[in-house]
Design a protein around this ligand. Structure first.
Ligand code: GLA
Length: 392
């Protein structure tokens, strides 16, 4: 059984006050930062995310036949019928409807739930806030706990089929299967997961550029179809099966844009594997270069960065104590992920935010996080706080 840090006191208090009378259940589902491997997951490739200390919390009680949820951060209430899957189709509530429908499609036995949720994971920042929401809702609804891979597949399907974003498996799997102190090397072809220790002495620092992810869903789906076009031009099932030579020999046939999308993905798969090797050797110089290359490729070949995010990465690269920096997540704005030497974190953080403000006029926000465990049940206490459920 995994252990998790107790919910922060302020969150535990808010949930306890607002949860329906008789509440006795609670879960935590984290957001994630991807260290490296962007837009590789739906190309059957490799990714290397960490689950974050930032999480979404849900608390409530069993309630027959329906899911009823109120958010303490956002307006509205989601009410979903568990026999028909009828529920909201807009706002955050559409994720609740989508998860219920996906669970029903898979024939998973559900128990009703009535409760409240609160999230520390910022929305629209590329830290997988929707995956945290999906995983938390699914955790609260299932009669028997699901294995993390199955949970992640059901939640991704909810997003693909019922929300309409053609995302890969990374976010849901990081939220469901994260491991404290480790990144997850995920082979997205067979969905196998290997935990890779993040060396002691490194901190994961996530910095929000304050550029909300604009047109992210349409840009995302467009990138995905360009990758599919590249694979089909090369006659392979997915970009995982292509290498640089095959790509070059088809360059003329696929046109410049599709060629560059594929070049990013093929190079990025290799950079994930090289980063795992560098983490294992604690080769920080190499890690830094791999992150630089990854960001450049994401910005120039995949065209999914923004000038502000590029600036945020550049400022970080020039800051003492920062080992590696790049845009993380789906792109088109959002957050950077930075590996920073412990002991230098506070100074580096302040320096980066100051430098970014001076160059762009934007006020970034930042979180320092230990790689955390994936979704965990918490004990709901009527007094005191939330604590991890006893293991066993
Ligand atoms: C989003 C998706 C993921 C992944 C990343 C890009 O976060 O949900 O599946 O494709 O973008 O790496």
């Amino acid at each position: 059984m995994k252990s998790a840090a107790p919910a922060p006191t302020e969150i535990a208090d808010r949930l306890r006050i607002s949860a329906p009378p008789g509440s006795d259940l609670a879960w935590r589902a984290p957001g994630r930062a991807n260290l490296i491997g962007e837009h590789t997951d739906y190309n059957d490739g490799f990714v290397l995310p960490v689950a974050l200390g930032l999480a979404l919390y849900i608390a409530g009680r069993r309630s027959p036949g329906s899911l009823r949820l109120a958010s303490l951060d956002q307006s509205g209430m989601a009410s979903v019928d568990l026999s028909t899957g009828e529920g909201p189709d807009k706002g955050w509530g559409r994720y609740a409807t989508a998860v219920v429908r996906s669970l029903l499609d898979e024939g998973v036995e559900l128990t009703g739930f009535s409760g409240v949720l609160v999230s520390e994971v910022p929305t629209g920042a590329g830290l997988a806030s929707s995956a945290a929401l999906e995983v938390a809702i699914a955790s609260a609804l299932v009669a028997e706990p699901l294995d993390p891979v199955r949970m992640a597949k059901i939640c991704r399907r909810a997003e693909n089929v019922y929300v309409g974003v053609q995302s890969g498996i990374m976010d849901q799997l990081a939220s469901a299967a994260g491991r404290s102190g480790h990144a997850l090397l995920i082979d997205c072809r067979d969905i196998s997961v290997e935990a890779v220790e993040v060396p002691a002495g490194l901190r994961v620092v996530v910095i929000d550029s304050a550029v909300q992810r604009g047109l992210a869903d349409s840009g995302y789906n467009e990138r995905r179809s360009q990758c599919e076009a590249a694979a089909s031009a090369m006659g392979v099932a997915s970009l995982r099966d292509a290498d640089g030579d095959l790509l070059e020999s088809h360059r003329e046939r696929m046109g410049d844009v599709v060629y560059r999308r594929a070049r990013h993905v093929i190079g990025e798969n290799q950079r994930v594997m090289d980063s795992v090797a560098a983490l294992r050797r604690a080769d920080f110089e190499r890690l830094g270069r791999l992150f630089d290359d990854s960001h450049r490729s994401y910005a120039q070949d995949f065209e999914a960065s923004t000038p502000e995010v590029d600036m945020l990465v550049e400022v970080a690269q020039d800051t003492g104590g920062v080992i590696a920096a790049r845009l993380t997540g789906g792109g088109f704005g959002g957050c950077t992920v930075n590996l920073v030497r412990e002991g230098r974190t506070e100074n580096a953080a302040a320096e980066i935010l100051d430098g970014y403000r001076a160059r762009t006029g934007l006020e970034g926000r930042l979180w320092v996080s230990e790689p955390a465990d994936g979704a965990t049940p918490l004990e709901f206490l009527t007094k005191g706080g939330f604590t991890p459920a006893p293991s066993g």
